[in-house]
Design a protein around this ligand. Structure first.
Ligand code: FES
Ligand code: FES
Length: 162
């Protein structure tokens, strides 16, 4: 196996070239090799959802994904949801409005999952939201406010491109 891989990656619409150990996860590529530290490392073994990002619009756990697997695909992180002028995505704004966090460590992953959940059409009821957000753990127990934020953002985004 090659010592290093030269990868051309697309993060939040920008192209970046990185020389990485082939075993580097997408999570470590983001956090350790770029300035995209919004994606959080919780368990680093697929159990908590803190590292959730989108690859070609679908949510993935970046701690279980190799950077080499996303070459040629579009990766979106929490930073990529915000408009260049600083305007928050409707889900980000709802999390702020409804106090859907305490320490905030799980929040980027919660928001990335929530956006995907709305896209997937899994926000028909609070039970649906809980079920389809169940891969994202919150040690602070902010779940009731998270559900309110997701439900409200989904209603506001109805009919628009998420
Ligand atoms: S850090 Fe990836 S699931 Fe916990
Ligand atoms: S807000 Fe602290 S872990 Fe969720």
């Amino acid at each position: 196996m090659a010592d290093r891989l030269n990868l051309h990656l697309s993060f939040n619409g920008g192209r970046i070239e990185l020389d990485l150990d082939p075993r580097t996860t997408l999570l470590d590529a983001l956090r350790e090799h770029t300035l995209l530290t919004g994606t959080k490392k919780g368990c680093d073994q697929g159990q908590c959802g803190a590292c959730t990002v989108h690859v070609d619009g679908l949510r993935v756990l970046s701690c279980l994904t190799l950077a080499a697997q996303v070459e040629g695909r579009e990766v979106t992180t929490i930073e990529g949801l915000t408009q260049p002028d600083g305007t928050l995505h409707a889900v980000q704004a709802a999390f702020v409005e409804f106090d859907a966090f305490q320490c905030g460590y799980c929040t980027p992953g919660q928001i990335m999952s929530a956006v995907a959940c709305i896209r997937e059409g899994h926000t028909g009821s609070d039970e649906d939201i809980r079920e389809y957000m169940s891969g994202n753990l919150c040690r602070c127990g902010a779940y009731p406010h998270i559900v309110t934020a997701v439900r409200t953002a989904a209603a506001r985004l109805q009919g628009s491109k998420v």
